[in-house]
Design a protein around this ligand. Structure first.
Ligand SMILES: O=C(O)CCC(=O)C(=O)O
Length: 270
């Protein structure tokens, strides 16, 4: 039987009006811990897993003052994890399926997944809309799932969002103006963000957001890691047109994987 109705009407209203909602305590804290343990293993011994996983990419912090004892201490993100144990189990949860059916429809793919370390001292990601990174046909709907692996606070680099900004078109994004900013960081500079709100989360909380929602994260000024796992999902059949400004370059981290077909969990990745 098809999965139906995973989102309360209040959450649906928030998604429509504000461009996001939060599910408190969606996952046990252990889910994030398993994810963190897996990515640490990957970055400590990357060769075989990276070469055998299409789209997997380890991106380091590029700001000059990042230091660390272990390899993971200076990693920013690890991409394309959605076929791996803890990550796949998260996506295969029927509550995720039900939520995606409501927000996208019965046929859904996951196309990038990224673990964000946000180690002590790491800079935040500037204001952006995720759809800037997704030159797709159709361009929408695309839904982001941001799972707090640790708590996210004003001290350790939580997200900030601009509620309602999902109704905006994709704005011009300019390269992050900070010297040595991370690979791929771009910034919206033509919009008033003064109504921004911090998104304070506990480990296990899930932020569900529209890919046009303007958001950023702030610097991690704490002594501890602020980790998150982010998946993006779109309607099956969505085509990656590639980045026009780079000769229609298609990002290797856009690895479309079947999640739902006819409202049911798809078994095998595409
Ligand atoms: O978690 C962060 O620090 C930034 C994440 C973000 O902006 C995104 O996933 O689009």
């Amino acid at each position: 039987m098809a999965i139906v109705s995973g989102v309360s009407s209040t959450a649906i209203d928030s998604f429509r009006d504000d461009g996001y909602f939060i599910v408190d305590g969606f996952s046990g804290v252990d889910v994030g811990h398993q994810m963190l343990a897996d990515v640490i293993e990957i970055v400590r011994d990357p060769d075989e897993v990276v070469s055998s996983t299409p789209g997997m990419l380890i991106v380091s912090e590029t700001q000059e003052d990042m230091v660390g004892v272990n390899p993971e201490d200076t990693v920013s993100k690890v991409f394309t994890l959605h076929d791996r144990g803890a990550f796949k189990s998260f996506l295969d949860d029927e509550r995720i399926a039900a939520l995606l059916v409501d927000l996208i429809g019965p046929d859904v793919d996951c196309f990038p997944s990224q673990f964000i370390f946000k180690n002590p001292g790491a800079w935040g990601q500037p204001w952006h809309q995720d759809s800037y990174y997704f030159p797709f046909d159709p361009p929408r709907p695309i839904v982001g799932l941001w799972l707090a692996v640790t708590e996210a606070t004003l001290g350790n680099g939580c997200l900030h969002i601009l509620a309602g900004s999902h109704t905006e078109p994709v704005h011009t994004h300019v390269p992050d103006r900070r010297p040595n900013a991370n690979l791929g960081y771009v910034e919206i500079v033509d919009h008033d963000m003064s109504d921004q709100q911090p998104v304070l989360m506990d480990a296990g909380d899930l932020l569900v957001f529209d890919s046009h929602l303007m958001h950023c994260s702030i610097d991690n000024l704490s002594e501890g890691i602020r980790a998150a796992m982010v998946f993006h999902c779109c309607a099956a059949g969505t085509v990656d047109l590639g980045f026009e400004q780079y000769d229609y370059f298609k990002s290797p981290i856009h690895r479309f994987t079947a999640l739902l077909r006819d409202g049911e969990l798809a078994i095998a990745p595409q």
